[in-house]
Design a protein. Structure first.
Length: 139
């Protein structure tokens, strides 16, 4: 009889798998605000390190600004990179399009009296790493 109760108990427990519990690693459950905060905290450290080559790893290939693609963006960034003291971002709104795309609007304070208004800029995840997709913007 104890064996029968044990078998029934084990069968009942078999239906209670962890598949019914949302995983913390499921990115659709993580808010876009949290992902953006984590990304820009790391990005700010790259800015402060003054390593342009590392910065390039954070910019997506599909970026377009100043009428040029990523290579042109990086060329311009090299010219004024030393002037930027920080990259402190205020997010006004964001939207998770899918698990690999976030659109956001907000302000980036460079710490030198310059504030950049970003509209429609996004984060794109490729190969498990978030990258910023820079687009043309209006100040």
């Amino acid at each position: 009889m104890k064996r029968l109760i044990t078998i029934i108990f084990l069968l009942a427990m078999a239906g209670c798998s962890s598949n019914n519990i949302n995983s913390k690693n499921d990115d659709m459950d993580v808010s876009c605000e949290v992902i953006l905060k984590d990304f820009f905290t790391e990005y700010d450290q790259v800015i402060k390190s003054r390593n342009v080559d590392t910065l390039e790893d954070y910019i997506d290939e599909g970026s377009r600004r100043w009428g040029c693609g990523k290579a042109g963006i990086m060329k311009k960034v090299r010219g004024f990179f030393e002037v930027i003291q920080q990259y402190d971002v205020t997010i006004k709104q964001c939207k998770k399009v899918d698990k690999d795309t976030i659109l956001w609007e907000g302000y980036a304070d460079y710490g030198n009296g310059v504030t950049q208004h970003s509209m429609g800029t996004g984060l794109i995840r490729k190969n498990g790493k978030w990258r910023m997709r820079v687009i043309e913007y209006r100040p």
